[in-house]
Design a binder for this molecule. Structure first.
Ligand SMILES: [Zn+2]
Length: 423
């Protein structure tokens, strides 16, 4: 009898614990809340409207440093979703979904593309595929911002934390993450989590930020005639000597480190000694110290190349005070490294969403908008917003919206569980 009583008491305890837990889970936005189910349904039913919006966004050109036309359109769309929208001095469009708490969850998607002004960005349809430069990177992320904010409004969601839906500038190339830098700086005191929506892929999530540096090196000299001034120091020869030294550098496989001389320029004609030579070099590493080491090696190699060219000029009697080479090194971009903590609630929320949707994702390291908050100790990830795509950063880029609802629902589940639902 005593034993039965104890078992009964235990049973009551366990039941009340489970009920309590379920109540708490519901309050923080568990999937059984009817409002969450409504958001899931709205996102699924709205897939083709989202794709049509993606086409309209993609067809507004957004070359590097020229995002303003697309920004104006994004402002209109986010305002239409019922958000308070403003554009900051950097050009970011910020739509606020006010919560009861000032703490912020930011969902960001970059507006800029890598394509120069004049690129044909009209979207062509081929079977189930959409083709256009920038259609997925980052038409997918921008369309997702619109779909999510509309779904939250239509499902009459109320959240504890404030959500910022942000279309940001300057993610690609020499934009040097300037949009996210400004956002992180402006909101750092209240910013809890950042989700950067970039492209389509949902089979991985970026949780580590790859450090990178982009360097422009210019060597200038006196120039001259290829025959009558022969022997004078030649900037292209000096740069060639420097590159030949640099590229033999041994880089570590772990932490993985890479280098690339990606652009080279200089000279005016085949029979002139050029007055200048210029190159752009991209350096990346999983480790800040490896990155610093390889940058040091690059600088040393270029200086040694110049010394070698000058000593050749001296041997030919052409190294007078008017015949010197000058070196200028200009850092074009710095992307800091960073790591999402293993026990981050942001990662837990995303993995839970994956489980709920039957999705599997692996973790990756990459260079994205998430680099900036991660380097400041703010929890951030970069992830795709659903569908399939290929050919990013090429004129043959394509997007297939099949299955995009999964990507949208995944973001919504993670964000709503982090934001917490208010009754
Ligand atoms: Zn992108």
């Amino acid at each position: 009898m005593k034993r039965v009583l104890i078992l009964f008491a235990l049973g009551v305890l366990v039941t009340s614990f489970i009920q309590n837990f379920a109540r708490k889970a519901a309050a923080s936005g568990a999937p059984d809340d009817p409002r969450i189910a409504r958001v899931m349904r709205i996102l699924r039913d709205g897939v083709s409207a989202t794709t049509e919006e993606q086409i309209r966004i993609t067809e507004i050109p957004a070359p590097p440093f020229q995002e303003s036309a697309r920004a104006a359109y994004m402002k209109k769309l986010l305002t239409g979703a019922g958000l308070r929208v403003e554009t900051d001095d950097t050009g970011n469009v910020i739509g606020e979904w006010p919560g009861t708490s000032p703490e912020i969850i930011m969902i960001a998607a970059h507006m800029d593309t890598v394509f120069p002004a004049g690129t044909d960005v009209r979207v062509k349809r081929e079977g189930g595929r959409l083709l256009a430069p920038g259609i997925s990177d980052n038409g997918t992320g921008l369309a997702a911002l619109v779909a999510l904010s509309n779904a939250f409004r239509d499902a009459k969601i109320k959240t504890n934390r404030t959500i910022l839906f942000v279309a940001d500038v300057g993610e690609e190339g020499e934009g040097n993450l300037r949009g996210m830098r400004a956002l992180a700086e402006a909101y750092k005191k209240r910013l809890k989590y950042v989700l950067a929506l970039d492209g389509s892929a949902i089979e991985y999530v970026t949780t580590s930020a790859l450090a990178s540096r982009r360097v422009e090196i210019t060597i200038t000299g006196p120039g001259g005639h290829s025959w009558s001034d022969f022997g004078a120091p030649n900037p292209i020869h000096a740069m060639g000597r420097g590159i030949a030294r640099f590229v033999t550098v041994h880089v570590s496989e772990s932490p993985r480190t890479s280098f690339n001389v990606g652009e080279i320029e200089g000279g005016t004609s085949v029979n002139s000694i050029p007055a200048s030579a210029q190159m752009k070099v991209d350096l990346r590493s999983e480790s800040e110290s490896e990155l610093a080491a390889i940058e040091g090696h690059l600088r040393d190699a270029v200086k040694a190349g110049i010394d070698e060219e000058m000593s050749a000029a001296r041997e030919r009697g052409m190294a007078g005070s008017a015949n010197l080479l000058n070196l200028k090194i200009n850092v074009l971009g710095v992307r800091p490294a960073g790591e999402l903590p293993e026990n981050s609630p942001l990662l837990a929320a995303l993995l839970t969403a994956d489980t709920q949707l039957g999705n599997r994702s692996r973790r990756e390291r990459s260079s994205t908008d998430a680099n900036i908050p991660l380097s400041m100790g703010i929890h951030a990830i970069s992830l795709g917003a659903g569908g399939r795509s290929g050919g990013a950063h090429t004129l043959d880029e394509w997007y297939d919206p099949t299955g995009r609802e999964l990507g949208l629902q995944r973001v919504a589940l993670a964000v709503l569980s982090l934001a917490g639902l208010e009754p």
